[in-house]
Write a protein that binds this ligand. Structure first.
Ligand code: XMP
Length: 268
Protein backbone atom coordinates (compact mmCIF):
# COMPACT_ATOMS: atom_id res chain seq x y z
CA UNK A 1 0.00 0.00 0.00
CA UNK A 2 1.30 3.41 -0.95
CA UNK A 3 -0.60 6.54 -0.02
CA UNK A 4 -0.42 9.31 -2.60
CA UNK A 5 -1.09 12.84 -1.46
CA UNK A 6 -1.78 15.01 -4.47
CA UNK A 7 -1.16 18.64 -3.71
CA UNK A 8 -3.55 20.46 -6.02
CA UNK A 9 -2.75 23.81 -4.42
CA UNK A 10 -6.33 24.06 -3.15
CA UNK A 11 -5.96 22.73 0.38
CA UNK A 12 -6.16 24.91 3.49
CA UNK A 13 -3.03 26.86 4.41
CA UNK A 14 -0.13 24.49 5.26
CA UNK A 15 -2.24 21.31 5.01
CA UNK A 16 0.03 19.94 2.30
CA UNK A 17 2.68 19.80 5.02
CA UNK A 18 0.56 18.87 8.08
CA UNK A 19 -1.52 16.05 6.56
CA UNK A 20 1.30 13.80 5.28
CA UNK A 21 3.14 14.29 8.59
CA UNK A 22 0.05 13.23 10.60
CA UNK A 23 -0.49 10.18 8.36
CA UNK A 24 3.14 9.09 8.58
CA UNK A 25 2.81 9.21 12.36
CA UNK A 26 0.10 6.55 12.02
CA UNK A 27 2.59 4.39 10.18
CA UNK A 28 1.05 5.06 6.77
CA UNK A 29 3.45 5.30 3.89
CA UNK A 30 2.55 8.52 2.03
CA UNK A 31 4.20 10.19 -0.93
CA UNK A 32 3.42 13.78 -1.86
CA UNK A 33 3.02 14.68 -5.51
CA UNK A 34 3.36 18.39 -6.18
CA UNK A 35 0.83 19.05 -8.94
CA UNK A 36 -0.55 22.49 -8.19
CA UNK A 37 0.81 24.10 -11.38
CA UNK A 38 -0.90 21.42 -13.46
CA UNK A 39 -4.25 21.99 -11.70
CA UNK A 40 -4.14 25.79 -12.02
CA UNK A 41 -3.25 25.44 -15.68
CA UNK A 42 -6.20 23.11 -16.32
CA UNK A 43 -8.54 25.46 -14.43
CA UNK A 44 -7.67 28.52 -16.51
CA UNK A 45 -10.77 30.29 -17.82
CA UNK A 46 -13.24 27.85 -16.19
CA UNK A 47 -16.09 29.46 -14.26
CA UNK A 48 -18.87 26.84 -14.33
CA UNK A 49 -18.84 24.99 -10.96
CA UNK A 50 -19.69 21.55 -12.38
CA UNK A 51 -17.03 21.99 -15.05
CA UNK A 52 -14.51 22.92 -12.35
CA UNK A 53 -15.35 19.76 -10.40
CA UNK A 54 -14.92 17.64 -13.54
CA UNK A 55 -11.59 19.25 -14.43
CA UNK A 56 -10.27 18.77 -10.90
CA UNK A 57 -11.54 15.15 -10.76
CA UNK A 58 -10.01 14.36 -14.17
CA UNK A 59 -6.68 15.94 -13.29
CA UNK A 60 -6.63 14.05 -9.99
CA UNK A 61 -7.08 10.74 -11.74
CA UNK A 62 -4.47 11.60 -14.37
CA UNK A 63 -1.95 12.32 -11.62
CA UNK A 64 -2.96 9.16 -9.72
CA UNK A 65 -2.66 7.01 -12.81
CA UNK A 66 0.75 8.43 -13.61
CA UNK A 67 1.97 7.63 -10.08
CA UNK A 68 0.20 4.27 -9.95
CA UNK A 69 1.84 3.12 -13.17
CA UNK A 70 5.23 3.74 -11.56
CA UNK A 71 4.11 1.40 -8.75
CA UNK A 72 2.35 -1.15 -10.97
CA UNK A 73 -0.77 -0.59 -8.85
CA UNK A 74 -4.02 -2.33 -9.76
CA UNK A 75 -6.40 -0.69 -7.30
CA UNK A 76 -7.33 2.82 -6.27
CA UNK A 77 -8.52 2.93 -2.65
CA UNK A 78 -10.50 6.04 -1.83
CA UNK A 79 -12.65 7.36 0.99
CA UNK A 80 -15.97 7.90 -0.76
CA UNK A 81 -18.76 8.07 1.81
CA UNK A 82 -22.51 7.67 1.46
CA UNK A 83 -23.41 11.36 1.17
CA UNK A 84 -21.03 11.65 -1.85
CA UNK A 85 -22.87 8.76 -3.47
CA UNK A 86 -26.32 10.24 -2.85
CA UNK A 87 -25.46 13.76 -3.94
CA UNK A 88 -23.78 12.55 -7.11
CA UNK A 89 -27.04 10.85 -8.05
CA UNK A 90 -25.51 7.37 -8.16
CA UNK A 91 -27.79 5.87 -5.51
CA UNK A 92 -31.06 7.73 -5.83
CA UNK A 93 -33.90 6.16 -7.76
CA UNK A 94 -34.46 9.33 -9.74
CA UNK A 95 -30.72 9.71 -10.33
CA UNK A 96 -31.12 13.38 -9.43
CA UNK A 97 -27.71 14.98 -9.38
CA UNK A 98 -27.00 17.74 -6.89
CA UNK A 99 -23.32 17.95 -7.73
CA UNK A 100 -20.57 15.70 -9.02
CA UNK A 101 -18.40 14.76 -6.10
CA UNK A 102 -15.00 14.38 -7.67
CA UNK A 103 -14.61 10.94 -6.17
CA UNK A 104 -17.91 9.66 -7.60
CA UNK A 105 -19.45 11.55 -10.49
CA UNK A 106 -16.21 13.24 -11.47
CA UNK A 107 -14.29 10.07 -12.31
CA UNK A 108 -13.55 9.44 -15.98
CA UNK A 109 -15.31 6.45 -17.53
CA UNK A 110 -12.20 4.72 -18.80
CA UNK A 111 -10.02 4.30 -15.81
CA UNK A 112 -7.22 1.80 -15.71
CA UNK A 113 -7.43 1.38 -11.92
CA UNK A 114 -10.05 -0.71 -10.16
CA UNK A 115 -11.88 1.20 -7.41
CA UNK A 116 -11.98 0.15 -3.75
CA UNK A 117 -14.38 2.18 -1.58
CA UNK A 118 -14.70 0.52 1.84
CA UNK A 119 -16.55 3.45 3.45
CA UNK A 120 -19.07 3.92 0.64
CA UNK A 121 -22.08 2.90 2.73
CA UNK A 122 -21.25 4.92 5.84
CA UNK A 123 -22.20 8.48 6.73
CA UNK A 124 -19.56 10.84 8.17
CA UNK A 125 -20.63 10.34 11.81
CA UNK A 126 -20.40 6.56 11.30
CA UNK A 127 -16.93 6.92 9.76
CA UNK A 128 -15.90 8.95 12.81
CA UNK A 129 -17.22 6.24 15.15
CA UNK A 130 -15.23 3.69 13.19
CA UNK A 131 -12.11 5.85 13.57
CA UNK A 132 -12.64 6.08 17.33
CA UNK A 133 -12.96 2.33 17.65
CA UNK A 134 -9.73 1.92 15.67
CA UNK A 135 -8.00 4.21 18.19
CA UNK A 136 -7.14 6.98 15.70
CA UNK A 137 -6.17 10.34 17.20
CA UNK A 138 -8.96 12.89 17.80
CA UNK A 139 -6.94 15.50 15.88
CA UNK A 140 -7.54 13.50 12.69
CA UNK A 141 -11.07 12.27 13.43
CA UNK A 142 -12.51 15.61 14.42
CA UNK A 143 -11.17 17.48 11.39
CA UNK A 144 -13.83 19.36 9.50
CA UNK A 145 -15.16 17.78 6.32
CA UNK A 146 -13.44 19.33 3.32
CA UNK A 147 -14.54 19.01 -0.29
CA UNK A 148 -12.32 16.99 -2.65
CA UNK A 149 -12.03 19.93 -5.08
CA UNK A 150 -10.93 21.95 -2.06
CA UNK A 151 -10.81 25.72 -2.29
CA UNK A 152 -11.76 25.29 -5.96
CA UNK A 153 -15.42 25.30 -4.85
CA UNK A 154 -14.81 28.16 -2.40
CA UNK A 155 -13.46 30.51 -5.08
CA UNK A 156 -16.46 31.58 -7.09
CA UNK A 157 -15.65 32.17 -10.75
CA UNK A 158 -12.23 31.47 -12.24
CA UNK A 159 -9.74 29.76 -9.92
CA UNK A 160 -6.20 31.15 -9.99
CA UNK A 161 -3.23 30.55 -7.75
CA UNK A 162 -3.30 34.21 -6.65
CA UNK A 163 -6.93 33.89 -5.51
CA UNK A 164 -6.13 30.60 -3.75
CA UNK A 165 -3.34 32.35 -1.88
CA UNK A 166 -5.67 35.16 -0.75
CA UNK A 167 -8.37 32.71 0.34
CA UNK A 168 -5.89 30.55 2.28
CA UNK A 169 -4.87 33.59 4.31
CA UNK A 170 -8.46 34.66 5.02
CA UNK A 171 -9.54 31.12 5.89
CA UNK A 172 -6.65 30.60 8.26
CA UNK A 173 -7.37 33.87 10.10
CA UNK A 174 -11.05 32.88 10.45
CA UNK A 175 -10.08 29.45 11.83
CA UNK A 176 -7.63 31.03 14.26
CA UNK A 177 -10.27 33.46 15.55
CA UNK A 178 -12.72 30.55 16.05
CA UNK A 179 -10.08 28.48 17.83
CA UNK A 180 -9.27 31.35 20.18
CA UNK A 181 -12.94 32.07 20.95
CA UNK A 182 -13.62 28.39 21.68
CA UNK A 183 -16.26 28.13 18.94
CA UNK A 184 -14.26 25.88 16.61
CA UNK A 185 -14.97 22.72 18.62
CA UNK A 186 -18.72 23.38 18.48
CA UNK A 187 -18.87 23.83 14.71
CA UNK A 188 -19.26 21.17 12.01
CA UNK A 189 -17.72 23.30 9.28
CA UNK A 190 -16.43 26.85 8.99
CA UNK A 191 -14.71 28.49 6.08
CA UNK A 192 -14.39 31.54 3.86
CA UNK A 193 -15.59 31.96 0.27
CA UNK A 194 -13.94 34.36 -2.17
CA UNK A 195 -16.50 36.13 -4.33
CA UNK A 196 -15.92 37.44 -7.84
CA UNK A 197 -17.15 40.83 -6.68
CA UNK A 198 -15.17 43.88 -5.72
CA UNK A 199 -16.58 46.54 -3.49
CA UNK A 200 -15.56 50.09 -2.82
CA UNK A 201 -14.12 51.09 0.53
CA UNK A 202 -11.79 53.47 2.22
CA UNK A 203 -8.35 52.69 3.59
CA UNK A 204 -6.51 55.51 5.31
CA UNK A 205 -7.79 58.54 3.40
CA UNK A 206 -7.83 56.77 0.03
CA UNK A 207 -10.59 55.07 -1.91
CA UNK A 208 -9.92 51.32 -2.12
CA UNK A 209 -11.42 48.53 -4.15
CA UNK A 210 -11.16 45.04 -2.72
CA UNK A 211 -12.66 41.55 -2.94
CA UNK A 212 -15.73 40.60 -0.94
CA UNK A 213 -15.28 37.50 1.18
CA UNK A 214 -18.13 35.53 2.80
CA UNK A 215 -17.67 33.62 6.04
CA UNK A 216 -19.76 30.51 6.73
CA UNK A 217 -20.10 28.43 9.89
CA UNK A 218 -22.65 25.61 10.14
CA UNK A 219 -23.69 22.72 12.31
CA UNK A 220 -24.77 19.36 10.98
CA UNK A 221 -24.50 15.70 11.86
CA UNK A 222 -23.93 14.18 8.43
CA UNK A 223 -23.87 17.10 6.01
CA UNK A 224 -27.27 16.37 4.46
CA UNK A 225 -28.93 19.22 6.36
CA UNK A 226 -27.23 22.04 8.24
CA UNK A 227 -28.05 25.13 10.23
CA UNK A 228 -25.94 28.26 10.37
CA UNK A 229 -24.04 28.67 13.60
CA UNK A 230 -24.90 31.69 15.73
CA UNK A 231 -21.44 33.17 16.19
CA UNK A 232 -21.24 35.91 18.83
CA UNK A 233 -21.02 39.39 17.31
CA UNK A 234 -17.71 40.02 19.06
CA UNK A 235 -16.20 37.00 17.27
CA UNK A 236 -17.54 38.18 13.91
CA UNK A 237 -16.13 41.64 14.57
CA UNK A 238 -12.72 40.18 15.45
CA UNK A 239 -12.70 38.06 12.28
CA UNK A 240 -13.71 40.96 10.06
CA UNK A 241 -11.24 43.43 11.48
CA UNK A 242 -8.33 40.97 11.35
CA UNK A 243 -9.16 39.86 7.80
CA UNK A 244 -9.45 43.39 6.40
CA UNK A 245 -6.32 44.60 8.14
CA UNK A 246 -4.14 41.53 7.45
CA UNK A 247 -5.21 40.67 3.90
CA UNK A 248 -4.88 43.79 1.80
CA UNK A 249 -6.84 42.42 -1.17
CA UNK A 250 -10.04 42.11 0.92
CA UNK A 251 -12.34 45.11 1.12
CA UNK A 252 -15.47 43.69 2.70
CA UNK A 253 -16.51 40.72 4.87
CA UNK A 254 -20.04 39.26 5.10
CA UNK A 255 -21.49 36.33 7.08
CA UNK A 256 -23.77 33.71 5.51
CA UNK A 257 -27.04 33.18 7.45
CA UNK A 258 -28.61 30.47 5.27
CA UNK A 259 -29.52 26.94 6.35
CA UNK A 260 -29.26 23.79 4.22
CA UNK A 261 -31.79 23.40 2.69
CA UNK A 262 -32.41 25.65 0.85
CA UNK A 263 -28.70 26.47 0.43
CA UNK A 264 -25.95 23.85 0.32
CA UNK A 265 -23.01 24.07 2.72
CA UNK A 266 -20.49 24.94 0.02
CA UNK A 267 -21.17 27.90 -2.23
CA UNK A 268 -19.56 26.24 -5.27
P1 XMP B 1 -22.94 20.60 0.32
O1 XMP B 1 -22.16 21.78 -0.17
O2 XMP B 1 -23.53 19.80 -0.80
O3 XMP B 1 -21.90 19.65 1.00
O4 XMP B 1 -23.99 20.97 1.34
C1 XMP B 1 -22.20 18.62 1.90
C2 XMP B 1 -20.92 18.20 2.55
O5 XMP B 1 -20.04 17.57 1.60
C3 XMP B 1 -18.81 18.27 1.51
N1 XMP B 1 -18.39 18.21 0.11
C4 XMP B 1 -17.57 17.25 -0.39
N2 XMP B 1 -16.94 16.22 0.19
N3 XMP B 1 -16.01 15.60 -1.89
C5 XMP B 1 -16.14 15.42 -0.56
O6 XMP B 1 -15.55 14.47 -0.04
C6 XMP B 1 -16.60 16.61 -2.56
O7 XMP B 1 -16.44 16.78 -3.75
C7 XMP B 1 -17.43 17.49 -1.75
N4 XMP B 1 -18.17 18.58 -2.05
C8 XMP B 1 -18.77 18.99 -0.89
C9 XMP B 1 -19.13 19.67 1.99
O8 XMP B 1 -17.97 20.35 2.42
C10 XMP B 1 -20.12 19.38 3.10
O9 XMP B 1 -19.50 18.93 4.26
Amino acid sequence: FTGIFVNHGLMRKNEEIEVPVALRKLGINVETVEASKEFFHELEGIVDPEEKRKVIGRTFIRVFEREASKLNARFLLQGTIYSDVIESGAASRSGEKIKSHHNVGGLPENMSLELLEPLRELFKDEVRNLGHSLGIDKFLISRQPFPGPGLGVRIIGEVTSEKAQILKEVDSIFMEVLRESGDLDKIWQSFAVLLPVSSVGVKGDKRSYGYVVALRAVNSSEGMTASWYELPHSVLRQASSRITSEVKEIGRVVFDITDKPPATIEWE
